[in-house]
Design a protein around this ligand. Structure first.
Ligand code: NAD
Length: 339
């Protein structure tokens, strides 16, 4: 199998590339290294079945060249992270909309199937006990840059459906919910690497708001095999599948657990959203996945516990060395959105 992974030098993408190479695929990575890093693929660069292409999904020609001869595409390249989205909404909209259209177009051109990586962010402010794939989306104003990621990723899914209907493209969509693990950077506001990094360094853990907002974290090592299984599973083209964690935890409980688990002396500090971002910034109160559809299709089971995840992330940080620029700079800020 010849596979293109867009965004393959990123956090999730690099774990996916490892998995595909181990399964025997020939893999091409297309990445502009804007938030990803070649360090994420350390040890693999000289792999005989890996071809790393530096380029942007915004350039149709780069995408067409990278996809040539491929049977399938895992499309992960995106502008990700609250900090980036709020600060550079135009870049986020362009990459996440036009870039995805280029990938879908190129896939039609060579007859490749597509696994489109979407996000639980598309559910927005829906705080249901269990979000299933048909749940309603509740988004804030389109004039608030904070919602542009959810809007663009939602439209990506609509684009994918339109390519199914009009070109017969073979597409599967996965919606990731706060996927975490080693190599995820805290630089763009991801909560787990930031809090674990702060605990490891012995500085205060910074929690936005009152910390009662909650999430269900899933381990990248559980999510990546399910992504591949779903790409290979027989189902009607254009279907979406949630891939999330099994246990809901508030962010203040997460911070306390990290401190205890890592035997850290760090205190916990609360930062108002207004201070970290801008007046009126909204975070989601909770986001709980219903994983039934992926479980029934491919036996998805997010088995790795939160304690194990904390240990794995801490080990990854200690191994690579905690560089200050890997952590979010504004007051060590942390958000719970998994943008
Ligand atoms: N990690 C999560 O919790 C999570 C949750 C929901 C959805 N997702 C989705 O998973 C995918 C991967 O996210 P991640 O967490 O690994 O983030 P990441 O930032 O580590 O990965 C994104 C990758 O895309 C690359 N990229 C960005 N713009 C590009 C462009 N124009 N051309 C080529 N490459 C480009 C980046 O350099 C990076 O390597 C994204 O599509 C994201 O929306 C992630």
């Amino acid at each position: 199998m010849k596979t293109l992974v867009t965004g393959g030098a990123g956090f999730v993408g690099s774990h996916l590339v490892e998995h595909l190479l181990a399964a025997g695929d020939e893999v091409t990575v297309l990445d502009d290294l804007s938030t990803g890093s070649i360090r994420n693929l350390l040890g693999l660069q000289s792999h005989p079945r890996l071809n790393i292409v530096f380029g942007s999904i915004l350039r149709p020609r780069s995408v067409r060249e990278a996809i040539a001869g491929c049977d399938r595409v895992f499309h992960l390249a995106a502008v990700v992270g609250v900090k980036l989205i709020v600060e550079q909404p135009l870049r986020g909209l362009r990459v996440n909309l036009h870039g995805t259209e280029n990938v879908l177009d190129a896939a039609v051109g060579v007859g490749a199937s597509v696994l489109l990586v979407s996000t639980s962010e598309i559910y927005g402010k829906n705080t249901a006990d269990s979000l299933h794939e048909e749940s309603d989306r509740i988004l804030g104003s389109p004039l608030a840059s904070r919602w542009t990621y959810a809007a663009a990723k939602g439209l990506d899914e609509s684009f994918a459906r339109a390519y199914v209907d009009e070109f017969g493209l073979d597409v599967s969509i996965v919606r990731l919910f706060n996927t975490v693990g080693p190599r995820q950077t805290g630089r763009y506001g991801m909560v787990v690497p930031n809090l674990v990094g702060q605990a490891v360094r012995g500085v205060p853990l910074t929690v936005f708001g009152d910390g009662t907002q909650s999430r269900c974290f899933s381990y990248v090592g559980d999510v990546v095999p399910a992504m591949v299984q779903l790409a290979e599973h027989e189902h009607e083209s254009g279907q979406a599948f949630n891939l999330g964690g099994a246990h809901e935890v508030s962010i203040v409980d997460l911070a306390e657990r990290i401190v205890a688990r890592l035997d850290s002396q760090s205190a916990i500090e609360f930062i108002p959203y207004d201070v970290a971002y801008s007046p009126g910034f909204e975070d989601m109160r909770r986001r709980v996945p219903d994983n039934t559809k992926a479980r029934l299709a491919v036996g998805y089971h997010p088995a790795t516990s939160l304690n194990e995840i904390i240990d794995l992330v801490a080990a990854g940080i200690q191994k690579s060395g905690t560089r200050p620029d890997d952590l979010m700079s504004i007051v060590g800020a942390t958000t719970t959105a998994d943008l």
